[in-house]
Design a protein around this ligand. Structure first.
Ligand code: HEM
Length: 527
């Protein structure tokens, strides 16, 4: 290369670098200036407000310390406040109107890089990707969610619920059990069969069992990472023992997805489908296989692309159903109402519900909605890609926002008993008094949850049969619940209930109020 060309290249590179540095500095100054107009605790130089969280060690602490701190900030600063985590500006938003503005804004539809990186196993498909690639995944996925498709899945929901009923039957009179442990496979099997083309989930017995174990571990490690400032930098985390352990756990977590992809490849191969052709997609896994082959992806990468749907489709509905049963067990008067509604529809028949019946059952729907209102997704994080005006402030480009669904869904202006399980919050007259979007447990806008309706129908098909056949009691009162951070707001002590057959008289000695039950809880395997 002649020297004048080399000099020209060096000068061009220096100019580009200077422009980049100036642009960065201007944006950074704007971020700092506008960020500091938003009220919040006084930041330290370089560290920001990170020291508030140094005592957090696990998901329980994260919940206890973070929530106390955030509630304190809301009281002091109002419904919008900010934190600096080192150089990262996080704006917390609590009010319904501001959340609506943000969720409708084209500048707030990107998942935040930190959230995506930390939840790596949720970030290779529709849940964590951004831009054009996300759009491809989303489009391929939502094709399997319309009402008509869900109607066709009822057969699967019914068959899986019947299998589960016989397992629950064996726990009648067996003392306190963690109901989530009993029902969690229901949603995993459903989503694997209806959306992912899995044919026989019983064949995957071991993988299914391990899936929940590894998910619990992966989430726990993830929350421990979040509270260690040195782990903000990916490479430092990945080199650490914790990082290596998380990678191993993530690999194990994807074993169900790997089996699903492999089984689907086998089915397509038996049919003689040419995978390089634009073959017709019968399930979401077919899209992943097509995309994987086009991109030259490994089997592990394809499994990761599926894993977000496996997790989002199973863990959320499973927890929501467990809470519904636990809350009904803690409030016998509501359980009786839900039971009476079932009797009105089915009389003494124990047949499973039809799709039309599952679309109805208004009281059961109210109970399910109320369980999610109290214990749904705590909040969602987004990146701001252009300035957005909310609540009298400018949230600048480059900031992160965290929409605190937990605070919105316990807003006393909208829910008369905000911290209690009270299904009447969803009576039509109560709903009509609330502003639009005051109940957004499935989020809102372009990145809302595609599984909202699916979750409700599949849950009601199982809950309807459980409520008719069994009566539930719990040694816990609602005020005993102790929460911890997870994908949903989970109870530290699991979901302890005792199961009584509606056909038998309850055993007085085993009264749920006897003190022996309290000690039984200690022996439960807790999530
Ligand atoms: C009680 C049940 C459920 C709750 C409370 C729930 C809640 C949510 C929320 C709040 C989001 C937005 C997350 C964010 O923006 O960061 C979301 C997204 C998502 N959910 Fe659900 N969900 C539930 C069930 C389901 C089911 C059954 C499926 C699949 C069958 C599913 C699949 C997804 C997917 C793929 C996304 C990502 C959408 C996107 O970014 O385009 N969810 N869910």
């Amino acid at each position: 290369m002649d020297s004048s060309l080399l000099n020209l290249l060096i000068v061009a590179a220096a100019i580009a670098l200077t422009i980049f540095a100036i642009d960065y500095k201007i944006k950074r100054r704007k971020l700092e200036t506008l960020g500091n107009i938003i009220p919040g605790p006084k930041p330290l130089p370089l560290l920001g407000n990170i020291l508030t969280f140094v005592h957090i060690k696990n998901a329980k602490d994260l919940w206890d310390i973070l929530m106390v701190e955030l509630k304190k900030c809301q009281t002091e600063y109002g419904n919008i406040f900010r934190y600096w985590i080192g150089p990262v500006l996080i704006v917390f938003v609590c009010d319904v109107e501001d959340m609506t503005t943000l969720l409708n804004s084209q500048h707030a539809s990107m998942k935040h890089w930190w959230y995506v990186r930390v939840l790596n196993f949720m970030s290779h498909g529709a849940f964590g990707l951004n831009g054009k690639v996300w759009h491809g995944f989303r489009k391929a996925m939502v094709r399997f969610f319309p009402l008509k498709s869900i109607q066709s899945y009822v057969e699967v929901f019914v068959s899986k619920s019947e299998q589960l009923m016989s397992i629950v039957e064996t726990k009648v009179g067996a003392g306190v059990v963690n109901v989530h442990e009993l029902i969690k496979y229901y949603s995993l099997d459903n989503i694997s069969i209806t959306h992912l083309g899995a044919e026989d989930m019983n064949e995957m017995e071991e993988n299914r069992h391990d899936f929940f174990h590894h998910l619990e571990q992966a989430l726990d490690m993830t929350f421990r990472r979040v509270v260690k400032p040195q782990y903000i930098i990916d490479s430092i985390f990945h080199m650490s023992p914790a990082g290596k352990e998380l990678r191993r756990t993530e690999k194990n977590l994807t074993s169900v997805s790997r089996r699903i992809v492999q089984n689907r490849l086998d089915v397509l191969s038996v049919r003689g489908v040419d995978l390089n052709d634009d073959f017709e997609e019968e399930c979401y896994t077919d899209y992943i296989i097509k995309k994987g082959i086009k991109d030259g992806a490994t089997m592990q990468k394809m499994a990761l692309m599926l894993t977000d749907l496996v997790v989002a489709g199973s863990d959320t509905t499973g927890i929501a159903m467990a809470y519904t049963i636990l809350c009904l067990a803690m409030y016998p008067e509501y359980q009786e109402k839900a039971y009476q509604e079932q009797l009105d529809i089915f009389g003494d028949s124990d047949r499973p519900p039809t799709f039309k019946e599952a679309m109805g059952m208004p009281y059961l729907s109210m109970c399910y909605k109320e369980a999610i209102r109290l214990h749904g997704v705590i909040g969602i994080a987004r990146s701001i890609t252009g300035d957005v005006e909310v609540g009298g402030y400018t949230v600048p480009e480059g900031a992160a926002i965290y929409l605190l669904f937990y605070v919105l869904h316990r807003d006393p202006r909208f829910y008369c008993r905000p911290n209690e399980f009270y299904p009447d919050h969803f009576l039509p007259e109560a709903v009509s008094r609330r502003p639009k979007n005051s109940y957004i447990v499935f989020s809102h806008g372009s990145r809302n949850c595609p599984g909202a309706f699916y979750s409700q129908i599949s849950a009601k098909i199982l809950l309807s049969q459980l409520i008719r056949k069994f009566r539930f009691t719990s040694p816990l009162k609602y005020s005993d619940l102790r929460f911890r951070f997870s994908l949903m707001l989970e109870n530290v002590d699991g979901y302890p209930v005792e199961i009584h057959s509606r056909m038998q008289k309850s055993n007085v000695q085993n009264s749920p109020f006897s003190p022996t039950f309290i000690s039984d809880i200690d022996g439960l395997r807790l999530r």
